[in-house]
Design a protein around this ligand. Structure first.
Ligand code: DGL
Length: 268
């Protein structure tokens, strides 16, 4: 039997929220994670750049032998999914469709809020995915670009985070939503502060959980035996990644390697 890992990528630490769920659900799968910490954030970048980076990330994971690519970055999924699907010969799982599905299942009032990066919100990908599932659902969107920096900084409990949440979410809550999609994989890092602000009446959707269901379906079709090892690659700032990862995953990560992606790739 060949041992091939599941490949997961994000612009930084955000995709670790997806990694955590995948690892919990599939303890015997090998996983390779790539966080593009040298080029984070993706949210404010142009579609062309996001597509280029996403392709490089996915190709790197293929070089690592990935049998499935999980795009654990909403911005990449919103902007680059068609290109990724075109060039990749392995199954591609992403976060937007599962998140949209989960939101439609959770809402009673059909008034759904979506927060994400500028790139994700500008793309309209969530509104489109939700209306495909339920054309009566109304979607209210808000880009929250500063959340990524707060999460990358590890400021989950910082007073500044509370102020920024209030600033972004106060207008959104005026739309009387009953469900809020965390449309960026960095945002679950701020989940506690977000829940405290929106209150119990609003259900949060963290697409990491929904992603594992899709992954399960694909994995059923692959019969490759693996042994449950983790390998992490980042393109910069290993120590900072290590620190935030230990907080998100509640454990120290072992194998962490710096890799540069670009025109000439090299491993250090
Ligand atoms: N975590 C990513 C997402 O889900 C990207 C955040 C960023 O790099 O701006 O959209």
């Amino acid at each position: 039997m060949i041992k091939q890992p599941i490949g997961i990528f994000d612009s930084g630490v955000g995709g670790l929220t997806v990694f955590k769920e995948v690892r919990r659900k599939f303890p015997f799968e090998d996983i390779v994670y790539f966080g593009d910490t040298a080029r984070v954030p993706y949210g404010p970048k142009s579609p062309r750049t996001i597509i280029e980076y996403s392709i490089q990330n996915a190709r790197f994971l293929l070089q690592c032998g990935a049998k499935i690519i999980v795009v654990a970055c909403n911005t990449s999924a919103a902007v680059a999914l068609p290109e990724l699907q075109k060039i990749l010969s392995v199954p591609v799982i992403e976060v937007i469709e599962p998140g949209a599905l989960s939101a439609v299942k959770k809402t009673h009032t059909k008034r759904i809020g979506v927060i994400g990066t500028e790139g994700t919100i500008r793309s309209g990908a969530y509104a489109e995915a939700i209306s495909k599932i339920d054309s009566e659902a109304r979607v209210f969107s808000q880009a929250c670009p500063l959340f990524v920096s707060l999460a990358e900084e590890g400021w989950e409990d910082h007073p500044v985070t509370k102020l920024v949440i209030e600033e972004y979410l106060t207008p959104l809550l005026k739309n009387k939503i009953d469900t809020l999609v965390l449309g960026c994989t960095h945002y679950p890092i701020l989940k506690k502060a977000l829940m405290d602000f929106v209150g119990k009446g609003i259900k949060l959707v963290d697409s990491a959980e929904a992603v594992t269901e899709q992954l399960q379906k694909v994995l059923e079709k692959t019969d490759l035996e693996t042994s449950g090892t983790d390998k992490f690659y980042v393109s910069d700032n290993e120590e900072k990644f290590r620190l935030i990862a230990s907080r998100i995953l509640n454990k120290e990560i072992e194998t962490l390697i710096n890799v540069k992606l670009g025109e000439s790739w090299y491993l250090t």
